[in-house]
Design a protein around this ligand. Structure first.
Ligand SMILES: *Cc1c(COP(=O)(O)O)cnc(C)c1O
Length: 350
């Protein structure tokens, strides 16, 4: 089994654009909420996380029995696999997609089935439908997809969900949905996933506080799933995975959505700038609806990685395939601009 590879650390002063984190420091209101919890850390957290689960159920118009929280949505992805798949069962996802999926599937004793993205780096939903077998138990649809930033539209996704047998759980991983500016994004912080959850009995949705909400270091995400699946998730969960600190920071973040929305808009603006910079420099950037840009540079991936590093920028590189660069702060993207301009100058003088 391959070990999970974390986005590379950055030297002090360098721009860490390797893990799709928020470039913004925590909100003051979140820091205050955490400070109020510090005196209680000799106690175990409440496993039923009543406040945050109540808030999330209300916000999405679902029942509290359908909401679970975990130590990041990656834990919930693991719970969902364990809840529905056993040894020899198949769990399908597109590839390339979130790097954690194959490992999580193997840990459960199940078989990962990887269906290649299409030529536009998007989910090939027809190929995924064709790959369903009697052993298929769960299908991940990462929307927008990590690392390519592409989205499956709401109508397309609904056609897919409708065609999947009802005994196969479709898990729509919306870790980056807040950065999506297409019609996929339905209403305030509701990707199409929750709408499909309402309409179909075999849909679950994953959301996280790690990306748009800037709480990656605290580890909290949530799933919205059919109540029987959520029950199974609670049984397979490692007890006490979500701390009171994480629960209170998540509640404080929901209270600060207007402030967070401004930050999200800023990240989206920098993403567009990053895309234009890469395109102007002749790199094959893929239009993105997430907080990163995928550059399918193929044989030149390492070259791009090295020139970014020389400019003090750490990205996520898949040698021979491409480079994923997170949308950072304006000054992070200034650095990318400088690094790209430097190579242009070098080439011009060569
Ligand atoms: C980052 C990410 C997650 C979740 O991260 P957590 O920090 O565990 O919530 C889930 N899915 C995808 C596709 C991601 O990129």
């Amino acid at each position: 089994m391959p070990a999970y590879r974390q986005g590379r650390a950055a030297a002090p002063g360098a721009s860490k654009l390797s893990s799709n984190e928020s470039p913004h420091p925590p909100l003051p209101s979140v820091v205050r909420a955490l400070q109020q919890q510090l005196g209680g850390i000799h106690r175990y957290p409440r496993m039923n996380a009543p406040e945050i689960i109540g808030r999330l159920a209300e916000r999405h118009g679902v029942d509290v029995a359908q909401v679970t929280v975990g130590a990041g949505s990656v834990e919930l992805a693991a719970q969902l696999i364990h809840a529905v798949a056993g040894v020899g069962d198949e769990v399908m996802f597109a590839w390339r997609s979130f790097e954690a999926y194959p490992s999580l599937v193997r840990i459960a004793g199940a078989v990962p089935v990887e269906v290649p993205l299409d030529a536009d780096h998007r989910h090939d939903l027809d190929a995924m439908l064709a790959a369903i077998t009697p052993r298929t138990r769960l299908i991940f649809v990462c929307n927008p997809n990590n690392p390519t930033g592409t989205v499956v539209g709401a109508a397309e996704l609904e056609r897919f969900v409708a065609a999947v047998p009802r005994d196969v759980l479709v898990v729509i991983d919306e870790a980056y949905v807040h950065f999506d500016r297409t019609d996929y994004f339905v209403g305030a912080h509701r990707g199409a996933g929750v709408e499909l959850f309402r309409r179909y009995p075999h849909v679950a949705v994953l959301h996280t506080f790690s990306k748009a909400y800037g709480l990656a270091g605290l580890r909290i995400g949530y799933a919205i799933a059919p109540a029987d699946v959520a029950d199974s998730q609670r049984k397979v969960a490692v007890p006490f995975g979500v701390t009171e600190l994480a629960q209170s920071a998540a509640v404080a973040s929901l209270d600060a959505e207007a402030e967070l929305a401004e930050r999200i808009d800023e990240v989206v603006a920098q993403r567009e700038r990053l895309f234009a910079l890469l395109q102007d420099a002749g790199w094959p950037a893929v239009p993105s609806e997430a907080n990163f840009i995928w550059v399918p540079a193929g044989d030149r991936a390492v070259e791009l990685d090295e020139l970014l590093q020389a400019g003090g920028v750490v990205a996520r590189t898949f040698p021979g395939e491409g480079v994923r660069i997170s949308s950072g702060s304006a000054s992070d993207i200034d650095r990318v601009a400088d690094a790209l301009a430097r190579t242009a100058r070098t080439e011009a003088s060569a």
